[in-house]
Ligand binder design. Sequence first.
Ligand code: FE2
Length: 208
Amino acid sequence: MAKSNATTTAKSAKTKGPASSIQPILNQQFDAPKPLQKYGTVSQRLPIGLDEKTRQQSVTQLNQLLADTMTLRDMYKKHHWQVVGPTFYQLHLLYDKHYEEQSTIVDTIAERIQILGGVAIAMAHDVAELTTIPRTPRDREEAPIQVSRLLEAHQIILKNCHDYAKQADEAGDDGTNDVVVSDVMRTNELQVWFVSEHMVDTQLVRSE
Ligand SMILES: [Fe+2]
């Protein structure tokens, strides 16, 4: 039904006349031709000195890092909104800082995938299917539980970083190795430090 309406709209916009010349051609997604590139494939469009096998390996691994990083990014915003307790202000600000830093990494990873000739994963439903980070419930949770979930997610990403950086290095994909180490790994390690210190069971006022 939607398809026939779309065809009619597109055709009517092509007819001559002053009114039709300013008519946007709507609903073309219902009669879309084949996609420009299928997800999971790698093109050789850009001459960057890497063979197809290397690009394919890096794109697959970067899409995994991308899905996990988008999940961690969103977990930080969830916790930014829902945090409670005496450390509310510190964690509220820290969570949002880390959210912004993870957002920057997301863009860096996605654009590296496109440079390699791949197709970056983007939408929430696709991210949910691909990520290996355990599902965070919708409920509001205590700060120590939030922090534990964040540290678990960081560790999953960091373990993959070590594996992927080594493989990219061995395959000669220095650019991907650099993104994984300099951008993803370094940022995640720093965030683990800042978040972990909130879990040390120490005296607030009097020393032991
Ligand atoms: Fe906010």
